[in-house]
Design a binder for this molecule. Structure first.
Ligand code: SF4
Length: 226
């Protein structure tokens, strides 16, 4: 069931405030399209700085393409991922992703695949959940899907916009629908919005939020209560 955001919730207005504060974001930080797929897996449950260290090691080895990863020595490839945490699991997830990518015909074939079908293919891979799949779809395939992450849920909850759905975490798909149905269907808007939420979570809306420094405090329930 699609959760209804609380009365007064304004996703477009929130985007405009974040954009005015932080400016355009240069996301996804990657030099090539396949590197985005790699980063989307490596960033699971770890900070981006750890991902950058692992990607630098892959770059040194020339392992930023699917074919190169599949041709690599598996033990050495796994070891290269050590800085990203849970690296043995992530190595297996990446190898699975690379096999799928190569067997599907790479970007040439997958770019012609409808979004829903492509999403279903990604979700069928072991270790690829909705957030990872949607990051890949949005940033590597330019598909208009909104990425919901823990920062998004936390921000909306603090704003008081999830009040109508109580304490239960709204399901991923429901929250994704809210964004996709409320906003214009625009890949650049979705890409910028997600990146801006991450930036806001880093700069102000941290685990311990800096409400007294936040431009949203007069519209945010948590800011008003602080
Ligand atoms: S006012 Fe506080 S809780 Fe609300 S968005 Fe800003 S930092 Fe986060």
């Amino acid at each position: 069931m699609t959760p209804r955001l609380a009365p007064g919730a304004d996703l477009q207005g929130l985007y405009e405030s974040l954009r005015a504060e932080y400016g355009p974001q240069n996301w996804w930080p990657a030099e090539g399209r396949f590197e985005i797929l790699i980063g989307a897996v490596l960033t699971q449950n770890t900070a981006w700085t750890n991902v950058e260290r692992a990607i630098a090691r892959l770059q040194d080895k020339g392992w930023l393409e699917a074919a190169a990863i599949l041709a690599a020595d598996e033990r050495q490839f796994t070891e290269a991922l050590r800085p990203s945490g849970t690296f043995r699991i992530k190595a297996q997830r990446l190898i699975t992703l690379c096999r799928w990518f190569e067997q599907a015909g790479g970007f040439t074939a997958l770019d012609r695949c409808p979004t829903t079908e492509l999403r279903n293919q990604l979700l069928a891979l072991k270790g690829i959940g909705p957030e990872t799949a949607d990051a890949i779809l949005l940033y590597a395939f330019d598909r208009p899907v909104f990425v919901i992450d823990a920062y998004t849920r936390r921000l909306l909850a603090r704003m008081g916009w999830l009040a109508g759905v109580g304490k239960r975490q709204p399901a991923y798909e429901s929250l994704r629908s809210v964004f996709e149905l409320t906003l214009a269907t625009d890949v650049n808007l979705f890409a910028q919005y997600h990146a801006l939420i991450v930036e806001h979570a880093k700069q102000r809306c941290r685990a311990r939020p800096l409400c007294d420094q936040c431009m949203l405090r007069t519209r945010c329930q948590t800011g008003l209560d602080a």
